[in-house]
Ligand binder design. Structure first.
Ligand SMILES: [Zn+2]
Length: 559
């Protein structure tokens, strides 16, 4: 294979030289640049897998690189044509440079989940990701080819001639890809099979595939009608309560179980919760996805992870079933939105109200602002529904990165010094941990304040709080940062989540729960977001054929 490759390389270089000044010379040049410079994360990853000290290993990497360059050239020759030529070439380069930056800086890969997150991002999230390192990387990776593209004069050849060159380049490049695949089939197939991460690193095909799949998936789902579920939902008469019961569903953001003392963490990140003996921790709780866009719709869905991922039609969610049962439902958001879950229930964004304009301007509104004015917000819900029960979702900003230092107020900054950059690799790992841990201290404060509010305002009503994070986070372990790796590749830090439950004495009586049994049950059972839907229905006493007590975390401890 090595001799054949040497021969082929000479031919490729000769052809490249002969092509300079021809209509597709730019396409070939950009194709090679994308394959080599813009694929740095791929070559670093392959360098760790393949034995580069052997001739065979080096030849394999070289052949892989030539195949990607040829595939890029074919792709560019197909799409970068006529008046759009420069724009299309530039777009490919900028996309590849940006994804290289994120892969190099945070160890993420570009898959469908990441594409969906990017599509659903907002200006605040984008601002958090902007830093000097991003500008320098993009300038180095995209600057030279962009300069070349925009200074090259437009060809004066006739359309027919240019077309022939494009068709010829596509055919020639594809023949090269096929020949290399054929020659290096065995090592190529085994590398792709044994190291699935590699396929998500190939620029710019990873982005094209992921964004294409994400857009196609969301289009086909949004085109289909919403499947109604729990149409028979009602709050049972036998279960009618004396006064308005209230449940706070606190949706955590980017909180990993590994940073909570209840899950074995050695630092006191939850001083307020740790001092209480009426808190129930699920010792083994797992998220549905590794990003907000994946986890949120899945945890509120009745389907469970496996069915949710293979669904061809979207169903109504937990909030719609609660509302149909006659309960009052309210979604409060301190995040970048509810990913479509709260579309059909009342919502409010407390940081948008005038009294919070100062923190909103600084983008440092801590989650406790969701509690200010909450009594009035609840009172504005229909009184008839509130009699049956109220469910308030509080969607946290939590520990959303990479700007962790913005996620805690000065009073909660117990671990210092903090990393104050969003380029996490430029900070010491201890400083990244400090900033992240302070955000958990802030969450601990928010959860305690929420419990306090429920205790103070409930009177004799049954009240409860269920805090579950959407996914976890990597903080530099294995050189990985943030979250969003494909589920099969993601480490436990991104998937193991805190699941914390508190209930008032009237709620304990109303549900007929044995606290001792529940402590034991939650310590021993392995649960996931699959349990969320049914547990909430159980707490609010909603009867419907879709409720499955097997998935209700509390059901086996009810008398
Ligand atoms: Zn999230």
């Amino acid at each position: 294979m090595v001799l054949t490759l040497n021969f082929m390389t000479t031919n490729v270089l000769q052809s490249l030289f002969a092509l300079s000044g021809k209509p597709t010379a730019l396409h070939i040049g950009v194709g090679v640049w994308l394959a080599t410079v813009c694929n740095l994360p791929l070559w670093i990853a392959l360098g760790k897998i393949v034995d580069t000290s052997s001739l065979g290993g080096t030849a394999f990497i070289f052949a892989f690189c030539v195949a990607i360059a040829a595939a890029n050239t074919a792709l560019l020759s197909l799409f970068a044509f006529g008046p759009w030529r420069r724009l299309v070439l530039s777009a490919f380069i900028v996309i590849a440079a940006l994804s290289s930056h994120f892969m190099l800086t945070y160890g993420v890969v570009i898959d469908t989940g990441m594409a969906t997150n990017t599509i659903q991002t907002d200006i605040k999230e984008v601002q958090d990701l902007l830093n000097l390192r991003l500008f320098v990387t993009v300038l180095l990776l995209a600057g030279p080819p962009l300069w070349w593209i925009w200074r090259t004069k437009t060809s004066s050849r006739k359309f027919g001639q240019v077309l022939v060159w494009h068709i010829g380049t596509v055919i020639g490049s594809m023949m090269l890809v096929v020949s290399i695949t054929f020659m290096a089939f065995q090592p190529l197939a085994s590398t792709m099979r044994d190291h699935t991460k590699i396929r998500y690193l190939i620029n710019p095909f990873n982005s094209l595939y992921a964004f294409g799949k994400s857009i196609k998936g969301s289009q086909s789902l949004s085109a289909s009608e919403l499947l109604p579920v729990g149409q028979d939902a009602r709050v049972s008469v036998a279960d009618q309560r004396n006064e308005d019961p209230v449940l706070f569903l606190i949706v955590g953001e980017t909180a990993r179980a590994a940073s909570f003392p209840a899950y074995g963490y050695e630092r006191p990140t939850t001083p307020r919760l740790s001092g209480r003996d009426d808190i129930f921790y699920a010792a083994n709780a797992w998220s549905c996805g590794t990003s907000t866009a994946e986890s949120l719709p899945c945890m509120f869905s009745p389907l469970g992870r496996t069915e949710f991922l293979s669904r061809s039609q979207d169903t109504e969610n937990l909030l719609e079933v609660l509302q149909r049962a006659g309960l009052a439902v309210l979604w409060l958001d301190n995040q970048s939105g509810c990913k479509g879950i709260c579309k059909r229930v009342p919502t409010a964004v407390p940081s948008a109200s005038p009294e919070h304009s100062s923190c909103a301007q600084l983008e440092t509104c801590q989650d406790t602002i969701m509690l200010s004015g909450i009594a009035e917000r609840i009172k504005s819900l229909p009184a008839e529904s509130r009699k049956r029960g109220t469910v308030v979702v509080l969607h946290q900003m939590g520990s959303h990165g990479p700007a962790y230092y913005r996620r805690s107020s000065p009073e909660r900054k117990v671990f210092m010094p903090e990393c104050t950059s969003s380029a996490l690799q430029s900070c010491k790992q201890g400083e990244v941990k400090n900033a992240y841990d302070n955000s958990i201290v802030e969450t601990d404060y928010f959860l305690s304040q929420s419990i306090q509010w429920l205790s103070d305002n409930s009177g004799s009503s049954a009240t409860a709080m269920l805090y579950v994070s959407d996914h976890g986070e990597s903080l530099g372990e294995g050189n990985l940062y943030l979250h969003g790796l494909p589920y099969a590749l993601a480490p436990d830090e991104q998937k193991k989540i805190p699941w914390i439950f508190w209930m008032s004495a009237p709620m304990t009586t109303q549900l007929g729960i044995s606290p001792k049994c529940l402590q034991k049950e939650m310590k021993e059972k392995s649960i996931s977001h699959d349990n969320y839907f049914h547990t909430v229905l159980g707490v609010m006493g909603v009867q419907t054929s879709i409720y499955n007590p097997t998935f209700d975390v509390l059901s086996s401890c009810r008398r």
